[in-house]
Design a protein around this ligand. Sequence first.
Ligand SMILES: Cc1ncc(COP(=O)(O)O)c(C=O)c1O
Length: 377
Amino acid sequence: MSIPFHKTHTTQEEIDSAIEAIKSGWLTMGPKTVEFENKFKEYIGSDEAVSLNSATAALHLALKAIGLQRDDEVIVPTNTFVATAEVVTYFDAIPVLCDIEENTHNIDISKIEALITDKTKAIIPVHFAGQPCDMDEIYKIAKKYNLKVIEDSAHAIPSTYKGVKMGALEKTDITCFSFYATKTLSTGEGGMATTNSETYAKSIKVNRLHGISKDAWDRYTTKGAWHYDIIDNGNKYNTTDINSAIGMVQLKKQDMLREKRVIIAQKYVEAFRDKSKIVLPFLKNDRTTSWHLFVIKIDNRDNIIEELKNRGIGCSVHFIPIHKHTYYKKKYGYKNEDYPVANRVFEKSLSLPIYPDMTDKEVEFVIKNILELVDNV
Ligand SMILES: Cc1ncc(COP(=O)(O)O)c(C=O)c1O
């Protein structure tokens, strides 16, 4: 049996929708993208949704919208994908890394205040594996020090915090989602920024297309005019109507797809619950996770991954902490000993396959092999 770490859920419906977009005669950002944005904000419950070609682009333009400047500081958990810290460097600003909680692997809110200086402008909590961070505590800190909050919600569709979907929390400035190939909603590549601020949404919209005062689509319709003005130094971060057509089909299925991941997660929990050698994911009870990832902690992680690979099971590790990467270590001087929890978590973490189209047999095969290996490797 061969079980990849991830397989995107795609059906004839996604294919038909993409073909329809291709046949429409307008392939890049246009009416389908506007429709996708409208449906996305309706699903999430935010006032605004702006589509982009990645979460990285969304995070970049979110920081631009809040006015980040050179030498400013932004607090980011060290347990994240590089994009969360990288976008801060686009401004010649400084990503200040925070250690994480041992149980959830999310940013440790008790360690944030010690990192705040006169230069701190924002916090980017990352909802690791789909589980929301302690947002109320983050808002308290943000209010006390006048900081902006930008959520990295790349893993959190759909996840909820105290009954509210991520992307709709009122006290957050901007929330960023990823539609990358392995994500719970995938368009191949893509992203979305949600916000309740018209000003932020406008800034992101203008900057996703070179800083042009209107969308290219407007310029080429019979209603539009050829004239445009550049009102900011923007980027080329727009998505295409082909991606948006796929995204709309995926969006409709989000709750159903999550249910399928919940069932797989329950099977893993059931199978490993009594195994003292396996630490299961820890969930706080006032929030729900998308189950984008299912991360266990075990000894001998590297050997077990290798052996799982030999047996046809693809696994992964989330994440190699930012402070361990050569460029970031050299440039910002992060010290390994400042992140003891992230280091411990990293040594043992193993992400198991969890995707909607996994069959019962495949889940059982993963369980059987993990149980064998934890006792024998
Ligand atoms: C936590 C986190 N943030 C940001 C990103 C970047 O997403 P994208 O590939 O859409 O730019 C990822 C992607 O893996 C991620 O896991």
